[in-house]
Design a protein around this ligand. Structure first.
Ligand SMILES: [Zn+2]
Length: 291
């Protein structure tokens, strides 16, 4: 069966351990189609997209969660974002001549963070240490140390699809330590093609055949950019007014391209001056810096 976008949450009721299985196929392929990424970069981008989709579902969160890596030896920027609707987007900037042999080659010297941006309430940023040999191990270590929450990630990519599995001890629920160890050992046996090609139901029932498993409703993550005409216009309005006036003297329209989906926005001088005069358009542009 060809891989399909899906996200399945599950629970081992008796052990107070929960988990998630995510597969990104069409959504991942759309994101890859926008730029010519070398294979190691495309694979890491797929793993990062799976991670952010699972973290968003794990927190049952209303708002956006992003994972970003900056200033790595090969990757100058990796940015992936998900929200509670299952919308996903992401991109990578990289140095074309840099070595891409392994994870450390790509990220060395970089800073990775997870950013929680709830619709209501305070934003939160956590810094993820990049010492481990792959992204899954870095995230596992982050949750253990910073969130004090035993969480284990498995991530893989194959044939333009990406998949992830996550297990987590339920906080304050006395999870069964023996079951936790057993589930970790079982999950380590999973092969990338099984994680990507099998439906969650088949995979999980096969993998954890001996255990009672509760499956929740399957969700469908998808590629959807958050850019809009309004956000693109707001980003133009953030140019200092003197500079903006000068630019409009030199050219009849100003353009803005969204890097995430390559949508093209174009505004005439009239539209821009109109927006500058309208207090509603320009009142909240501080929150729209990521258009
Ligand atoms: Zn866009």
């Amino acid at each position: 069966m060809p891989a399909q976008d899906s996200l399945q949450r599950f629970l081992f009721e008796q052990g107070n351990i929960r988990g998630e299985h995510v597969v990104l196929a069409e959504s991942y392929q759309k994101i890859l189609s926008l730029y010519a990424y070398p294979e190691p970069i495309a694979k890491l981008l797929g793993q990062a997209l799976c991670s952010v989709a699972m973290i968003t579902a794990m927190l049952k969160f209303e708002g956006r969660i992003s994972l970003q890596l900056q200033h790595g030896s090969a990757i100058s920027l990796l940015f992936v974002e998900a929200n509670h609707h299952g919308d996903l987007r992401g991109l990578v900037h990289f140095h074309p001549e840099a070595s891409l042999d392994d994870f450390q080659d790509m990220v060395r010297g970089g800073v990775m963070s997870v950013n929680l941006m709830p619709e209501k309430g305070k934003q939160y940023q956590g810094v993820i240490s990049l010492e481990k040999q792959d992204l899954a191990s870095c995230l596992t270590q982050y949750f253990k140390q910073s969130e004090q929450l035993d969480t284990e990630f498995w991530l893989c990519t194959q044939n333009n699809a990406a998949a992830g599995l996550m297990l987590q001890k339920l906080p304050q629920e006395h999870p069964d330590p023996e079951l936790w160890n057993e589930l970790q050992i079982l999950t380590q046996t999973v092969k990338p093609n099984e994680m990507i090609e099998l439906s969650s139901e088949v995979l999980l029932k096969r993998l954890y055949a001996e255990h009672d498993l509760q499956l929740f409703e399957v969700k469908t993550p998808h590629f959807k950019c958050q850019c809009s005409n309004e956000r693109a216009l707001n980003s133009i309005l953030m140019i200092p007014q003197k500079e903006l006036t000068q630019l409009l003297k030199e050219q009849p329209t100003l353009e803005s391209d969204c890097e995430f989906c390559r949508a093209h926005y174009q505004f005439t001088a009239d539209e821009i001056y109109q927006a500058l005069l309208d207090p509603d358009t320009n009142s909240d542009n501080s929150s729209n810096t990521t258009h």
